[in-house]
Structures are given as structure tokens and as C-alpha cells.
Ligand binder design. Structure first.
Ligand SMILES: Nc1ncnc2c1ncn2[C@@H]1O[C@H](COP(=O)(O)OP(=O)(O)OP(=O)(O)O)[C@@H](O)[C@H]1O
Ligand SMILES: [Mg+2]
Length: 270
């Protein structure tokens, strides 16, 4: 018999809604400790909603999100923020703020009445800017950056928070192919160093390359989860996205690689 999955962070039978509209009902998920978990699924299926609930931004109507055996809703925001960093899908920077100042805000959970800005904070901010390649942008205004530069600044904010668990909602959006790979390699490095990474990605080939555990969602439900080779299959891609495709071995990594078949007119055809 295999050991049960160890999971510091889980959602237990949660119902997630906006006003009266319910997105997910009775949803349960365990994030395996030390995993690079990737959430995939069609637009509007509830990926961001799940990530927001895991980070305590969205309170479940029913059920609970549990961190280290404690309901996250009963924990103080700062305590949660020391354990879980979130890169939201979209963020708005305060008017006129510089890159360095915004990244410094990632350190807020570590600040306190007594504990003021320290060398550790400074080092975390410098490392986050270095790792995301934005050191040269330190004194620029965030609102004058390109879409890709801005995205990397927000990733740096989450990294500066220096948490054991990182939730990343489409971290590679707006990035060119080289910056996408460099950022995913960075997350893979953090994962190897022991962090738990949970990322929403639309690129299934990236999901299969970098993920150790995949969660496929559709219509607010988890359709399938497991290692990439079990989730990214021709049948799996069809079940989740309704897309006929071939799945071949990625020539570089040997992980599943999706080759979509032609899409004709309004409907997808084989
Ligand atoms: N703040 C909100 N208020 C009301 N409805 C919302 C809100 N945010 C999301 N929704 C709705 O909840 C559903 C799930 O949205 P969610 O953002 O979780 O999807 P997603 O899977 O992340 O999609 P995408 O791939 O487009 O980012 C959608 O129907 C969306 O319209
Ligand atoms: Mg989303």
C-alpha cells in the first residue's frame, strides 16, 4: 500500500461562488507537498477561482481550505502570507510606483511593529529582481513598462515574499518564448530546492515538461489528476478541451507533447 499524499494545503469539499453564481461545488483537492502542480483547463472553468480560494482571497461558501491542519479562514492574513505567495492573473500597481518599491512590497508579511526593514528583506528583493531579470528596471515606473516586463515585476513581488508555497496564475502570460522558458526553469529550480509550486498554465507542453502533478479542470470540476503522462493523453485532451490531437514524445524531454489536429470553421475536426 502506498503512503497517503502529504499535503500542507488542501481544499475540502469547497463550494466557490461569486454572489449567487456557483463556479465549483463540493470540490476537493490536495496539493502534494514538494510538487510542481500545474492546473490546466479551458477558459472560465474555474482555475483562477480555485487558486484564489487556496490563497484565502476567496472564502468558500461551504467546506474549507486547510493549511497545516488549520482552516485558512481562521488564520490571520499575514500568517497565511508567510506560507503562501500568490501571483494573481491580473494585478494593478499603485500609480507612479517604481519597480523596486513594488517588489519591496512583497516583503510586507515579514514586516512588523518591531521588525523593520532588514538586510534579509533587501537580499530577498535583490534576488527576486535578479532571478526575474528586472534588476535594470529597478528605478523605472511600473506603468511605463511593456506587458512582459510588467509580468516579470509581478512575479518578482511574489518571489520576494519568499514563501514555501507559491501559487502562480498564468505566470508566463505576455512573455516571449525565451522568457517563458527562463521563468519556468526558475520555478523548476525553486521546486528542486523544496518549494511547493502550483501554477495555472495554458501551454500543455509546458505543463507536461515542468509539472510533477497535473490537475485538469472543466466546468468547475476536476476531471483528472496525476502525473503528466496520465493526464496529457489524446483522450485526456479531448475530454478536457474537446480538441482532437496527437500526443507524441517531446524530442527534448520525452514528456507528452500535444500536436493539435486541424480546426475547421467553427468546429474542431479530426
Ligand atoms: N469577480 C468575479 N465576479 C463574478 N464572476 C466571476 C468573477 N471572476 C470570475 N468569474 C466567473 O467565474 C467563472 C470562472 O472564472 P475563472 O477566472 O476562475 O476562470 P479560469 O479558469 O481562470 O479562466 P481563464 O483561463 O480565462 O483565466 C467564469 O465564468 C467567470 O466569468
Ligand atoms: Mg484564470
Amino acid at each position: 500500500m502506498s503512503d497517503p499524499v502529504k499535503s500542507r494545503l488542501s481544499a475540502q469539499s469547497v463550494t466557490l461562488s461569486y454572489d449567487k453564481r456557483t463556479i465549483s461545488r463540493d470540490l476537493s483537492v490536495e496539493i502534494p507537498d514538494g510538487s510542481f502542480t500545474v492546473i490546466v483547463g479551458p477558459n472560465a472553468c474555474g482555475k483562477s477561482t480555485l487558486l484564489r480560494s487556496l490563497s484565502r482571497l476567496l472564502a468558500p461558501g461551504k467546506g474549507q481550505v486547510v493549511l497545516d491542519g488549520q482552516a485558512i479562514a481562521s488564520m490571520r492574513a499575514k500568517e497565511v502570507a508567510k506560507q503562501i505567495g500568490l501571483l494573481p492573473q491580473t494585478s494593478i500597481a499603485p500609480d507612479g510606483i517604481t519597480v523596486a518599491d513594488l517588489v519591496s512590497r512583497g516583503r510586507y508579511p515579514h514586516q512588523g511593529l518591531i521588525r523593520q526593514w532588514s538586510a534579509t528583506d533587501e537580499a530577498a528583493v535583490s534576488a527576486a529582481m535578479e532571478d526575474t531579470g528586472i534588476t535594470e528596471l529597478a528605478d523605472r515606473g511600473v506603468d511605463e513598462l511593456s506587458g512582459g516586463q510588467r509580468q516579470r515585476v509581478w512575479v518578482a513581488v511574489a518571489l520576494a515574499q519568499d514563501t514555501p508555497i507559491l501559487l502562480l496564475d498564468e505566470p508566463t502570460t505576455y512573455l516571449d518564448i525565451a522568457h517563458q522558458i527562463s521563468l519556468l526553469d526558475l520555478f523548476a529550480r525553486l521546486h528542486r530546492q523544496g518549494r511547493t509550486i502550483v501554477a495555472v498554465l495554458h501551454d500543455l507542453n509546458h505543463a507536461a515538461r515542468y509539472g510533477t502533478h497535473l490537475i485538469a479542470m472543466r466546468d468547475g470540476e476536476i476531471i483528472k489528476e496525476g502525473p503528466p503522462a496520465e493526464v496529457v493523453t489524446e483522450q485526456g485532451v479531448h475530454d478536457v478541451f474537446g480538441l482532437p490531437c496527437l500526443v507524441i514524445d517531446d524530442p527534448v524531454t520525452g514528456t507528452p507533447m500535444v500536436v493539435p489536429r486541424a480546426i475547421v470553421g467553427d468546429s474542431v475536426s479530426a
